[in-house]
Structures are given as C-alpha cells and as structure tokens.
Design a binder for this molecule. Structure first.
Ligand SMILES: *Cc1c(COP(=O)(O)O)cnc(C)c1O
Length: 467
C-alpha cells in the first residue's frame, strides 16, 4: 500500500511514464506529488502551499474547488454518463454547449465539432480544411502554413503544426504538407525596430511563403492569437489585421488556435477578437471546462460549415468521445461561472490592467527584459545585460535557475528557455496579484544572487567556463 511521499515517488518512477519528462533526472529527484487544490493554490504531499500562477497547464480559468462543476458532472453522470453522437444520435448537453459556444463566438460562426483535447482538435482542423477544398474542387490545396515556436499539441499532426524543434527532432516531423514561417517575436528578433512596422514585416513572411508554395496549393494558415507555450509571445497590434488581409487576398482559410486564449484569458471571449482577426476555424480546449474534464473542439465559421454541410457529404471523421455529455455539462457550468462572475470583463478592466502595472514595475529589476502582458497572460526574458540586449549563454539555463527558486518558494511559474511566464486563474484577486508579484520579485532576487555567486553575471568568468 502507498502511504507516504517516498513510496508514491518510488511507484511513480517505476510505472508512470510522464509527458514531456526526462525520467532519469526525475527518478533521481522524485516527482512532486500534488494532493489538493483550492482557488489559485495547490498543495503537495508534504503540506507545502503553492500559488499556481500557471492555472495547471493554462486551463483552470475559474480556479480550483468549484462545487458547481462537481455538481454538474455528478448530475449528468447519474442521468446519462455516456452516449456517442455517431449514427444520427445526439445528447442534450452537447447540443446546448454547441449553441452556447456559437453564441459566444459571434455571427460569423454556426457550428461546433467536439473532441477531447487541443491536439485532436487540430487534427480535425487539418482534415476539415482539406475536405473543404476537395469539396470545392481544389484538391491540390493541401498545404498548411504555421509558425516556428508555435504550439498546437502533441499528436503527429499537432506536433507537426507546432514549430517546436525539439518535438520535430523526434520521430521525423513535421509530416508532409506543413510548412513554417518565423514567429512575430519583436523583443527576441528585432527589439530596436519600430514595433508596429515589425508587425507588418512579420505578417509579410506569410505572403512570401504563400508565393513560394504557390497560392493555389495553400489550404490554411494557423496561429495562436498570443503564443502560449512558446513563451507568451504577444504580437504587435499590427500583426493579426495584416495576417487577415493576406489570407483574404489569397482566399486562404484562417485557423486561430484559441486553446489558451479562449474563454476569457485575454479579456475577451476569444483572443482573435482582441487581436483583430476573423478566423474561419477556432480551436478550443483547456479553459472550456477549466480543465475539470477533458474537452476540446473546433468552432466552425459559416464559410466552412455551409460547404461541408450542403456539399460535403459524410465527413469520415469523429471521436468516441465527441460531444461527451459529462464533459459538455461541466463546460456549460463553467461558462455559467465565467458569465455570472463577469470574469471576462474583470480581466479586461481590472485584473488585466493591474497585472500590466505590476509587470511594468518588475521591469525595474536588473534581470527583467521585455516584460509584457495580455489580459492574464504575461512573460519576460531574463537578460544578462538588458541595456545592451545581451542574453545569457544557453548553457547557463537561466530559466531553470529561476524556475527552481519559484518552486522552492511556493510559486508555480514556467520557464521557456530564458522566458519566464505566467497565466494565473481568471478568479485571481488584486490582493493575490500583489502576493504573486511579490513572490516573483523575491525569486528574481534569489536568481540574481545565485547568478552573481556563481560568477555568471561576469563576462570573463562566463568565457572561462565555456572554454
Ligand atoms: C495545450 C495546447 C494544445 C494542445 O492541447 P492538448 O489538450 O494538450 O492536446 C494545442 N494548442 C495550444 C495553443 C495549446 O496551448
């Protein structure tokens, strides 16, 4: 029987293969065991209370411990725990949720296709856009353009659409028919250029790629309104309207991956709304149920839905759990909470602007460069010399140093290379934002101290170490 932390760690190490984990180093340390959660906090098996500034994996939008979601799941499980939507059947929570999501997405949309994750939903997108063009008599339109450092999931198609070199390196990805352009990372690529001009230039890389591939071969462009797992890369405000203009010019379908941005994260229901894009398809998952149950899907614009429904015949695609009644019931209760507590407006008018102010203050720290926020997503780069825009040597793994100080001091903050990022639950209060910002500052000071002690702020020593 499992009785204590060490026992669980041993069994974990012996039998549980974790996602995105180096198991040799995990075995040496032992996994941290999360045992309970409430609001914006989680607790580990040693009783440590931790502020979860990442909302789990960007998903717990309404916070932990919401009895409304437990009740919705219980009630639905008692009534109808499962039935599929194949063979001309349906269920009430799926129908209601489809209607509700279309209502939130706006008048350009008419339908929703359900899956159980973001990755599956992006697989659906690929199949759907190719089926769309084939139905319209343009079967050669198959290529999908995505971006470097994008994250679209971890299935063969999701990882291929994504632009993570580490993922592509394992298993011969990307699959054929997917090409990438550079991301619109102003601070990382061209910090001295005018930001708005850079946004137009970065969007122009899409047009270059379209012309290189041949416009008549391109099916769609896919992008996250704000890149999440890539390090919270917030594009210049000129970027998305220009992307939209280019897609329109060549008749290319636009897919916005709203898996993180959707359901209030950016202070609007969907991030594309904020960024000034009108996608034909929107991928969602994560925040739709606040992570309480797995659910994802695609919101389908009228342009695509009309063709698929009136001319497409049977779409030979679907999942056993498409429209799962319990997951859909929880999503409905989750949307009820977001609406009744006014969380989208709160992010837009109160907590989002307050977080922006706190991040502007963090910019005074000697390590912090390019701090930016968008609603309740935020990030900055740890810089060796931010005045002269000098980054740390990769071997320093400065993000990991900072992340470990956060871990040790009761804060979950994620490191992506040299970028430190957060996306706290949308229910976070102003006082809790103060607490979070205080913890971040404390951990930045601890990081700086460690870097100085190890001589890593000093150029000569760094060169010596590298030699
Ligand atoms: C997390 C994520 C996905 C993948 O979702 P899973 O549910 O893990 O399959 C896809 N796109 C974006 C933008 C994500 O952040």
């Amino acid at each position: 029987m499992i009785t204590n932390t060490k026992d669980i760690q041993a069994v974990d190490s012996a039998h549980y293969m974790h996602p995105f984990t180096d198991h040799k180093s995990l075995a040496a340390k032992g996994a941290r065991i999360i045992t309970k959660a409430d609001g914006i906090y989680i607790w580990d098996s040693e009783g440590n209370k931790i502020l979860d500034a990442m909302s789990g994996l960007w998903c717990v939008n309404v916070g932990y411990g919401r009895q409304e979601l437990v009740d919705a799941a219980t009630k639905q499980m008692q009534e109808l725990p499962y039935y599929n939507s194949f063979f001309q059947t349906t269920n009430v929570p799926a129908v209601k949720l489809a209607e509700r999501i279309v209502g939130l997405a706006g008048e350009n949309y008419s339908h929703v296709f359900f899956s159980s994750s973001g990755s599956e939903s992006n697989d659906t997108n690929i199949r759907m856009v190719r089926h769309y063009w084939n139905t319209l008599g343009q079967p050669e339109r198959t290529v999908i353009i995505s971006r470097n450092n994008a994250y679209h999931g971890s299935t063969m198609a999701g990882a291929s659409l994504g632009g993570m070199s580490g993922m592509h390196a394992q298993g011969g990805l990307p699959i054929p028919g997917i090409v990438h352009i550079e991301q619109p990372y102003h601070y990382g690529i061209a910090p001295t250029k005018d930001k708005d001009a850079f946004g137009i230039e970065a969007a122009g890389w899409l047009e270059q790629k379209i012309l290189e591939v041949g416009a008549d071969k391109v099916a769609a462009f896919i992008g996250e309104p704000v890149q999440g797992a890539g390090g919270v890369i917030i594009p210049p405000k000129t970027y998305w309207p220009e992307i939209q203009r280019i897609c329109d010019k060549y008749g290319i379908l636009l897919i916005c991956d709203e898996v993180i941005c959707g359901f209030g994260r950016t202070g609007t229901w969907f991030g594309s709304e904020l960024q000034g894009a009108k996608p034909d398809l929107m991928t969602f998952a994560k925040g739709v149920t606040s992570g309480y149950l797995p659910l994802g899907g695609v919101v389908i614009g009228k342009r695509v839905a009309d063709v698929l429904i009136n001319q497409g015949g049977e779409f030979n695609h679907g999942y056993t759990y498409s429209g799962h009644p319990v997951a859909c019931a929880v999503a409905l209760a989750n949307i009820d909470i977001i609406e009744s507590e006014g969380l989208v407006e709160k992010v837009k008018n109160e907590t989002g602007p307050y977080l922006a102010k706190k991040f502007a203050e963090l910019s005074n720290h000697p390590l912090v460069g390019g701090a930016e926020t968008c609603g309740l997503m935020a990030g900055f780069a740890l810089m060796k010399d931010k005045v002269n825009h000098v980054a740390f040597d990769e071997s320093v793994e400065v993000g990991m140093i900072c992340r470990n100080h956060c871990f040790a001091n009761g804060l979950i903050m994620r490191a992506v290379g040299d970028r430190m990022i957060i996306a706290p639950p949308l229910v976070i209060t102003m006082a809790q934002i103060d607490e979070m910002a205080g913890l971040i500052l404390f951990c930045l000071d601890a990081t700086l101290k460690e870097l100085e002690m190890r001589g890593l702020m000093n150029d000569d020593l760094l060169k010596l170490n590298a030699a």
